[in-house]
Design a protein. Structure first.
Length: 509
């Protein structure tokens, strides 16, 4: 019987998971703090760990690193709030197998646990089409991809839509891939920077050689040199064996450095020397090794701005900046959103063994009206969760996450003293009512300007309801959408919170 450790400081969640997992054939031990969880790990090795990311005594990232140091082969599933897209990216980079989001769904938990135990502890990021900045691809999903060839190119499974932004991206890749240019890829989290890098590699003359990826944001300063350049046995404390660095591993192929601006400055100096001389020397060795590597780097921030702030070497920036690619965020690929949603729906339906073939019009309108801060990764996760909850053969609006349905876009005019600087700025807020679909199938967005917001007739009951709605949503956000914690913050019981949420939005629990 597989042993699972559940680490969460919410007693309701630990009790719930212990009952549920025990009934499904697992031995379960619970811990209500990070310290207690580590003590249990030291006493007995489990088959799997489920841990909340936000614990009172431990940062989730630090705890994950400690657990992977103790047992690298034990899969760890992180529990986090639905809206924490950056956390989801971070835990995958640090070696988590996968993550599940609150509110917890029984079918999703069982499916994730089953995959984790079958994987032997290998992180899902190794199977991701985008790796650390990516979307996971299961065997059943790969079977579906043959029928969706017009949305992807190459083995990287990066999605290329039909919008102008997507087609422009594809043209840039086709132009630069056959060259040996170094490339900087700019893009938001979840947009698929590594997927683009893999596609470039696959279309290059180096496609038969290794593609090696390194996340510079998830590695300590002490280990960065070793990871990049390798080390000899005994060259420093803890160097118990010889290690081949990423440059040597990628020799003849492509080295992808994600979030390169996070590299420590002294490591950047060593990196510049290797890039210039095309020779690498392992730590503790006097021998130089010739390398032939194409370098592609990625960053969330402008490296031109980073070097002006003293965070990044200007000469290294110019070495990398032979060609630049801008990854469009999903919100700027509007006409692709529904196509991508159907692509992920085919994959999810096959994975779950369900026959869901469409997305109802109201859900499509919500998709088009949402800002998608987590880009393609977030869209895929929304589809996976909605497919579990939807009845019949369509994704239903009522199956979409609470915060997705209730996020809307506000626009306002920002006038500066300089008339030439007059521009429209976009603000995203999470306390505006969802789009309303009228009887003639048109959508009304609750968009306001500072002046227009007071034009509606005063209604005390409506104002009270809206104020209560905003307070509840703020409490849910503060509690990472943990309803038990949100109820405690509000000073009410959980049943009362559920009733109020249903009053605000009758179609959602």
């Amino acid at each position: 019987m597989p042993l699972i450790y559940v680490i969460d400081d919410d007693a309701d969640i630990t009790a719930l998971l212990k009952r549920f997992l025990s009934k499904n054939g697992y031995e379960v031990e619970v811990a209500t703090s990070g310290k207690e969880g580590l003590a249990k790990l030291e006493a007995r090795k489990p088959d799997l760990v489920m841990s909340d990311f936000r614990l009172g005594d431990y940062d989730g990232a630090d705890l994950l690193v400690r657990m992977k140091e103790m047992y690298a082969d034990v899969p760890v599933i992180i529990i986090t709030g639905y809206s924490d897209v950056k956390i989801a990216v971070k835990v995958l980079r640090l070696g988590a197998f996968d993550y599940v989001t609150k509110p917890l769904l029984p079918e999703e938990i069982l499916l994730t646990i089953k995959k984790a135990l079958q994987s032997g502890g290998e992180s899902t990021q190794h199977d991701h089409a985008f790796t650390s900045d990516s979307l996971s691809t299961t065997p059943s999903e790969k079977k579906q991809q043959a029928s969706n060839a017009h949305y992807k190119k190459g083995n990287s499974n990066y999605l290329f839509g039909k919008s102008d932004a997507s087609q422009n991206l594809l043209r840039q890749i086709e132009l630069v891939a056959p060259t040996n240019y170094s490339i900087i890829i700019y893009g938001e989290s979840g947009a698929g920077k590594e997927g683009v890098a893999r596609t470039i590699h696959e279309r290059s003359k180096r496609s038969s050689k290794p593609f090696v990826a390194m996340d510079c944001g998830a590695i300590s300063k002490e280990l960065a040199n070793s990871e990049l350049f390798g080390h000899e046995k005994g060259s420093f404390t803890g160097a118990l064996a010889q290690k081949i660095g990423h440059f040597e591993m990628a020799n003849g192929g492509t080295l992808f450095l994600d979030e390169v601006s996070n590299l420590p400055y002294d490591v950047q100096v060593a990196l510049l020397r290797v890039v210039q001389e095309r020779k690498v020397k392992r730590i503790g060795s006097t021998k130089e090794i010739d390398i032939d590597v194409r370098i592609i780097v990625a960053s969330n921030e402008r490296l031109s701005e980073a070097y002006k702030k003293g965070k990044f070497r200007e000469d290294l920036y110019h070495r990398f900046n032979e060609f630049g690619i801008e990854l469009p965020p999903l919100r700027d690929r509007g006409e692709d959103i529904i196509n991508f949603a159907h692509f992920f729906l085919e994959q999810t339906s096959a994975d779950l063994g369900k026959h869901i073939t469409g997305i109802e019009p109201e859900a499509q309108k919500i998709f088009l009206n949402y800002s998608w801060p987590g880009n393609l990764r977030e869209l895929k996760n929304v589809i996976k969760r909605a497919a579990l909850l939807s009845e019949g053969n369509e994704i239903q609006a009522r199956a979409l996450p609470f915060e997705l349905v209730n996020q809307s876009k506000l626009f306002f005019e920002d006038s500066s003293t300089d008339n030439s600087a007059h521009q429209t700025q976009r603000i995203y807020t999470e306390h505006v009512p969802a789009p309303v679909v009228s009887s003639n199938n048109t959508t009304t967005n609750h968009s306001y300007t500072a002046a227009s917001s007071t034009k509606e007739p005063l209604n005390l009951k409506k104002a009270a309801l809206e104020a209560e709605y905003e307070t509840i949503l703020n409490a849910l956000k503060q509690a990472n959408f943990n309803k038990s914690k949100a109820a405690q913050i509000l000073g009410i019981d959980r049943k009362t919170l559920y009733n109020k949420m249903k009053l605000i939005n009758p179609d959602k629990e």
